[in-house]
Structures are given as C-alpha cells and as structure tokens.
Design a protein around this ligand. Structure first.
Ligand code: PGA
Length: 244
C-alpha cells in the first residue's frame, strides 16, 4: 500500500482522473470499476471531460459499477445507476456492452452476483478500481464483518450506512440491503485507489492506514494490497501520526 497526499478535493479528483486517462491511453481495453458517491463525483466528471478533450479512443474500454442499493430503480436519482449514467455513460456515449452494473431490482439477486463474477472473470480481472470509504470503514457494501475473500454478494446494511446513505436521496428512504462486488475481486484488481477527502474522513483514514488489518474495519484490507493506493487530501490525512 502507498499513501498519496494532495492538497484538496480538486487535486485529488484531478489525480485520479489523470491516472485513469493515462492508463486508458496505454491499454485501450482497460477494465475500470468505480464506486459512486460524493467522493468520486468530481473524478467521474473530470474523467469524462478529459477523455473527450484528449480525444482518447475509449471504444474498447469496460466500466463496472461497484455496488447498488437493493430494490432501487435505475431512475432513482440516488441510485448508483443514475450516478454513472449521468456522469459517465451518457457524456461518453458508451455502448451498453461497455458497462456492467448490478440490477438491484432483480428477483434473483444471487444470480445477479454470479453474473457479475462471471463478467469480471471473462474480462480477466479488473485493471483499476476507484473506491471511497464509509464512516464505518466499509468499501462498497462490504460492511464490517464481511470476510475478505468474499466475491459479489448481497449485504445487510449496517446502521451507519443506512443513516449516512440518506444524503444521496431527495427525501427519507428505507435502506435495507446492498449488492456489491467483494474483496476477493478487490484483491485481484491490478491497482486499487481508495480516495477520501475532508476532515470527516480523517478518523477512518487513520484506522485504514495505521490500525490493525481486520474484517471488522473493512478498509484496512488496503494495507494488504501490493498495488493499493490511498489517495487523500490534507484534511483526510490530518490525524495520521506517522509521516507516510
Ligand atoms: P462518500 O461515500 O464518497 O459519499 O463519502 C463513501 C462510501 O460510503 O463509500
């Protein structure tokens, strides 16, 4: 694991977007898996802008969505579908064959998980993952206690996730389960970026980097990833005690 420290949210987003653009220039059939959320929002916007501005050929590129709230239709503005459709798929006019997201309204969610696992295996693993971190240390919907070896699965959401998650929706909503890519895939991914900004993430970033590696604090798995990068701004890194 390496720590990359930048000044602020804009620099963090610029760094992540540039990294993906450069990777795509070198590998046109790049497989990218991204989280939605407040943190990756600007990275997604910049990624779409930069790919167009640099006239990068992204016709062979594949995009995978990390997770989704179970039961939500893709039209819900708080869904991960909506987020990626408006920030990535429509601006870049990606073909439907270029992206794969969980259908969180499927009757058979287990089969949705199997489809995702097969899709990833068919691509020969993921090249780059960009994920955020929740206030309980989760990545995607890998909630505290999830086994590190897990592949795609349906998770009962933690109370913290249910209450913090309200911020994505127009009004109060009952959130119960999530469907997510698991850490088995994260560990097989060639490069993983965990991005975090702002003072409210300082405590969870300290635990991620300096705490024990434990399934009770999922993001601590980053310490075990040889090509894991924790990309943080000054505020998110402000509680680190060691000079990383
Ligand atoms: P956020 O979400 O980027 O909206 O803070 C992080 C997460 O819960 O994964």
């Amino acid at each position: 694991m390496q720590i990359i420290r930048v000044k602020n949210y804009e620099q963090l987003s610029d760094y992540a977007a540039d990294f993906i653009v450069d990777a795509l220039k070198n590998k046109p059939n790049l497989v990218l898996c991204m989280a939605s959320g407040t943190t990756p929002a600007l990275t997604c916007d910049l990624l779409a802008q930069k790919l167009k501005k640099d006239k990068v050929n992204y016709s062979k590129f594949t995009f995978i969505g990390l997770d989704e709230w179970v039961g939500l239709p893709p039209t819900n503005t708080g869904s991960c579908h909506y987020f990626f459709r408006t920030k990535i798929f429509e601006p870049l006019q990606l073909k439907p064959s270029q992206y794969h997201l969980f259908n969180a309204q499927a009757d058979d969610l287990k089969s949705e998980c199997e489809k995702m696992d097969k899709f990833i295996a068919g691509k020969g693993d993921i090249d780059i993952m960009v994920v955020g971190i929740g206030m309980n240390g989760h990545i995607g919907f890998n909630e505290p206690g999830t086994l590190f070896a897990t592949l795609s699965h349906v998770a009962e959401l933690d109370e913290v996730t249910k209450s913090v998650g309200q911020k994505y929706f127009k009004g109060p909503i009952e959130l119960g389960k999530g469907i997510t890519i698991g850490f088995g895939h994260l560990m097989n991914t060639k490069k993983v970026f965990l991005i975090a900004n702002g003072i409210k993430k300082a405590e969870v970033i300290k635990k991620t980097i300096e705490g024990p590696v434990t399934e009770n604090f999922p993001a601590s798995i980053m310490q075990q990833h040889e090509n894991g990068f924790v990309l943080i701004d000054e505020e998110a890194g402000s509680l680190l005690s060691k000079p990383h």
